[in-house]
Design a binder for this molecule. Structure first.
Ligand code: COA
Length: 646
């Protein structure tokens, strides 16, 4: 009980015992608590802040520890010669009284002064300073199973229920009654939940910014809806503050639908898919017109956006999820739904007339887990709630947002269309539902499912390329206040030894199993280190940025080949678990790389694998199939060698 009090110092003393016990139970279960009903039905002011203040601050790992680990992670991915050279640079960097110590002190001082020494740097380096288009290069999508409608009516009915579900989730955010999530028994920072609604990215000439209206005095009470490239403002609350019912929302959507039947409109939204510098110039041009400025502002301020998409080309059932993933990530091109978006908007739900359904989100404010947790809630809400007829209350016509298109804006739109079509042509995507097993099999062999999947991925990659590569897996830093992510480096000497042994006929199965177990354990150990704030990547970044802040030249250790190889992630991966049978997807982070995301369910695993068509060496389908083979081979190996493992 005392632990509870530590985390909730301002919990109202009037809290009924039952509710109080409900929270305590959640804490004791040590599990992430998705889809739990709010533990308090009305606003609990200060609860969020109290929780946040109870969280530890992100530590700065010891300098020598980081560089020891750094040399270890380089071993499987660089040559001996390069490693030898790097060892010398590292020894010089960490030597007593050297540059490393000085930068480390600077970092430690920063950590004492700030709530989170990394948060701001990370936001800028990873997102706001990044100049590539957010489409494909940054924003992840989520694909849900195809829904059972195939016309505008079904699409709008579904959209209405979905909007009602998101508003239900928003009530928990507004009331500060969202159940706290846990990882490995520790409570997590909940800040990201407060960043995903009523927010938007804004392009800038050198760097972007993010605006968030959720906590402003005049927080928005409307969403934006886009259909046939035409944006509307839809008020979703009544004057007494209650949300519109799904039935009312449906009627409003129908009005919008009927007034946006023409398809000859300029797809202004496609401008947001441009390279950030190009978009920033087009943005200032667009906003010279007062009407345009007001329209853009409405989109930015809205709680979220709903994109009512035109049907996409039909494909076989097997191809459906891959095609839907592309629809979520880029919309299918300028002749399809790419203009039916505002890619800077933090959260856009996408519902196609053909039953396709999912979302895309702009990555700067949040990671995937809070987004899919919202999706889980909405899906459950929709499953439980029937659309009931509401009493007829006259509701005003949703406002269409107008844009005045000058010849210059038109030229910007044409350029954006061309670039979008190039991106569409270049993205190769395979969504694979691995049906043979899920978390159950690794668990039955007393192995971490995530580590098992990562080791399988290493095996699949090795089989394709006869080498391993720098691999990134996101690790949550949300145990710390304002924590985002660090990197689990999945390519290790142990995973390489296992991959080499797996297809070596001279090796006994018992040896292979021992190597597999070692690789899986090594991965889990790295994961534990990462989620406790002791991984190397954000620390290395911090030291580099500290050098920049101190106006000293970038240390040689960050300028050599090994560092460049280590930062070139041919495999960029992430686990985003959900209760819903969905999968998140994203593009590769390097031209010759893959983006791999997965949702391990109990008895199957959903994977998305992306690559670029312009790279002759990569092939998303081939890696996905290789991954399927690797997972199956690992299972068979474990089953065939039971005794040796005791
Ligand atoms: N034996 C039996 N069961 C085991 C086990 C073992 N040796 N090791 C783990 N398990 C169980 C766990 O208890 C857990 O059980 P549950 O399904 O009942 O909850 C399950 O297996 C999953 O554990 P594991 O596979 O080890 O992964 P994890 O849930 O600890 O997740 C990370 C690992 C790295 C994904 C997670 O720590 C993380 O950081 N997630 C955030 C990633 C992120 O932010 N991604 C988004 C980027 S946009």
């Amino acid at each position: 009980m005392s632990v509870f009090v530590t985390f909730w110092p301002v919990w109202p003393s009037t809290l009924p015992v039952l509710e109080y016990y409900g929270v305590f139970q959640v804490k004791q279960s040590k599990k992430p608590c998705y889809l739990v009903r709010p533990i308090w039905p009305t606003k609990v002011s200060g609860r969020y802040l109290a929780h946040q203040q109870g969280l530890p601050k992100l530590p700065v790992p010891p300098l020598k520890q980081t560089f020891e680990h750094y040399l270890t992670v380089l071993e499987p991915i660089v040559s001996e010669q390069e490693l030898l050279h790097t060892r010398k640079l590292v020894a010089e960097f960490v030597s007593p009284g050297g540059v490393g110590e000085r930068l480390q002190k600077g970092l430690e001082q920063r950590a004492r002064k700030m709530e989170n020494w990394l948060a701001d740097w990370w936001l800028h380096t990873a997102y706001l300073d990044y100049r590539m288009p957010v489409v494909v290069h940054s924003s992840p999508g989520v694909v849900l199973p195809r829904m059972d409608f195939n016309d505008g009516q079904g699409q709008m009915r579904f959209a209405a229920k979905l909007i009602a579900g998101v508003l239900d989730f928003k009530t928990m955010i507004d009331n500060e009654t969202l159940p706290v999530e846990y990882l490995g028994g520790s409570p997590l920072c909940m800040n990201q939940y407060y960043q995903i609604l009523s927010s938007c990215r804004i392009p800038g000439l050198k760097k972007d910014s993010v605006v968030n209206y959720a906590r402003s005095k005049r927080a928005p009470t409307f969403i934006t809806v886009v259909h046939n490239y035409q944006f509307f403002v839809l008020d979703v609350y009544n004057s007494d503050g209650t949300p519109l019912t799904a039935d009312q929302l449906y009627m409003q959507l129908e009005k919008m639908w009927n007034s946006s039947l023409q398809t000859n409109k300029e797809p202004v939204g496609i401008l947001t898919s441009q390279h950030r510098n190009t978009w920033a110039k087009a943005y200032s041009n667009l906003l010279k017109d007062k009407t345009n400025k007001e329209s853009v502002h409405a989109i930015q301020k809205s709680i979220f956006t709903v994109c009512l998409d035109a049907p996409m080309p039909r494909v076989s059932d097997e191809m459906y999820r891959s095609r839907a993933a592309l629809q979520m990530l880029h919309g299918g091109g300028s002749r399809r739904n790419s203009g039916n978006r505002w890619f800077d908007k933090t959260l856009q739900f996408i519902i196609g007339e053909d039953g396709s359904c999912g979302l895309i989100y702009e990555h700067a404010p949040a990671e995937g887990p809070p987004i899919v947790s919202l999706v889980d809630h909405v899906v459950e809400y929709m499953r439980k709630t029937d659309m009931v007829r509401s009493p007829m209350v006259p509701l005003s016509m949703p406002r269409k947002l107008r844009f005045n298109i000058t010849p210059e804006i038109k030229a910007d739109i044409e350029k954006a269309k061309q670039n979008m079509n190039i991106m569409v042509q270049d993205l190769d995507m395979k969504v694979l539902v691995f049906p043979h097993f899920g978390k159950n099999i690794p668990k039955s062999h007393k192995m971490s499912p995530d580590a098992f999947i990562q080791v399988a991925l290493q095996l699949a990659y090795f089989r394709m390329y006869r080498r391993c590569c720098s691999t990134y897996e996101s690790a949550s830093l949300r145990m710390f206040r304002l924590g985002r992510t660090d990197t689990i480096r999945s390519a290790s000497i142990d995973s390489l030894d296992f991959a080499r042994a797996m297809d070596d006929s001279a090796k006994l199965n018992t040896e292979k199993v021992a190597l597999m177990e070692k690789a899986v354990k090594a991965h889990r150990t790295y994961t534990d280190m990462a989620i406790r704030g002791q991984a190397i990547d954000r620390h290395l970044l911090g030291l580099r940025l500290q050098a920049h802040d101190d106006l000293i030249s970038i240390p040689k250790v960050f300028m050599d080949t090994s560092y460049a190889v280590a930062m070139h992630y041919n495999l960029s991966t992430s686990q985003v678990p959900a209760k819903t049978d969905c999968v998140m997807c994203f593009g590769p982070v390097v031209p010759d790389g893959y983006g791999v995301c997965y949702n391990p369910m109990e008895d199957h695993i959903n994977f998305s694998v992306s690559a670029f068509n312009s790279c002759a060496e990569t092939n998303a389908t081939e890696l996905a199939h290789g991954l399927e083979g690797a997972l199956l081979d690992m299972k068979v190996l474990l089953e065939q060698t039971p005794k040796a493992r005791l």
